[in-house]
Design a protein around this ligand. Structure first.
Ligand code: PGA
Length: 250
């Protein structure tokens, strides 16, 4: 793992955007695996600026998102499809037809999951998979559990995730209780993984990811088995990793 420690959220976002833009410049028709949440918002803003300035083009890029809340329509302002349109796709020159997010409204969610795996496989998996990380170590919505789930699946969100995401809704009661998420297999099949994190709330999760045992209790710890992982965090999120003596790039 290569770990970059940046001084704050802005610097983390710029570093992440530069790594993503480099991938698109290297391979204009690359497949980007994308993530939602508050962490990637700054990186997406940077990519929009780079695109506007003509430094990078998404015309041939295909994207696959990690997850979607079960039951939310794409037009719901807390759906991840809405988030992606609003935070990235509407601000770059990507063809909307080349963007994929699991459908939260599929009548048969299991069939939707199976179809999503087929789609990701047909695209040849992600060249670069962007990941945030939950306070509890989740990636996508792969929550702490007694085993890893390989395929895209319907997951019951943990109380910790519901509490963490309540800030985006009127109240915790409004947070959907289930989501569709790409599984660990789809994530690990990406050729390169870029995990970003900021704030002290992520310090334990990052410590467990980098220094802890590989266990489904901290789903992100599986990344220790991937040969091409870059972590970009701010000083607050990487505090415990650095204190443990793990070398980081500044
Ligand atoms: P956040 O979520 O970026 O809103 O902190 C990250 C995640 O849950 O994966």
């Amino acid at each position: 793992m290569r770990i970059y420690c940046e001084k704050d959220y802005d610097a983390m976002s710029r570093r992440a955007a530069n790594i993503m833009a480099a991938e698109v410049i290297r391979k204009p028709d690359c497949v980007l695996g994308l993530a939602t949440g508050s962490t990637p918002v700054g990186a997406y803003k940077q990519l929009a600026v780079m695109c506007r300035q003509g430094d990078v083009s998404f015309k041939e890029v295909r994207t696959v998102n990690l997850d979607e809340y079960k039951g939310l329509a794409p037009t719901h302002d807390q759906s991840y499809r809405y988030f992606m349109n609003n935070n990235l796709f509407n601000h770059v020159d990507i063809d909307p037809a080349n963007t994929s997010v699991p459908s939260g409204l599929a009548e048969d969610a299991e069939a939707e999951c199976a179809a999503y795996d087929k789609l990701v496989e047909s695209l040849g998996y992600a060249d670069l998979q962007l990941l945030g990380i939950g306070n509890n170590g989740h990636i996508g919505f792969n929550e702490p559990d007694s085993s890893f789930t390989k395929e895209t699946h319907v997951v019951d969100l943990t109380e910790s995730t519901i509490a963490a995401n309540a800030r985006f809704f009127e109240s915790a009661n409004e947070v959907p209780r289930q989501a569709l998420t790409m599984g660990i297999g789809g994530i690990m099949a990406a050729r390169k993984i870029l995990l970003i994190a900021n704030g002290t709330g992520k310090a334990d999760a990052l410590y467990n990811t980098v220094c802890g045992p590989i266990t489904p209790e901290c789903p992100a710890s599986i990344l220790q088995l991937h040969g091409n992982v870059v972590i970009v965090g701010d000083e607050a999120s990487l505090g415990k990793v650095i204190a443990a003596g793990v070398p980081v790039c500044k």
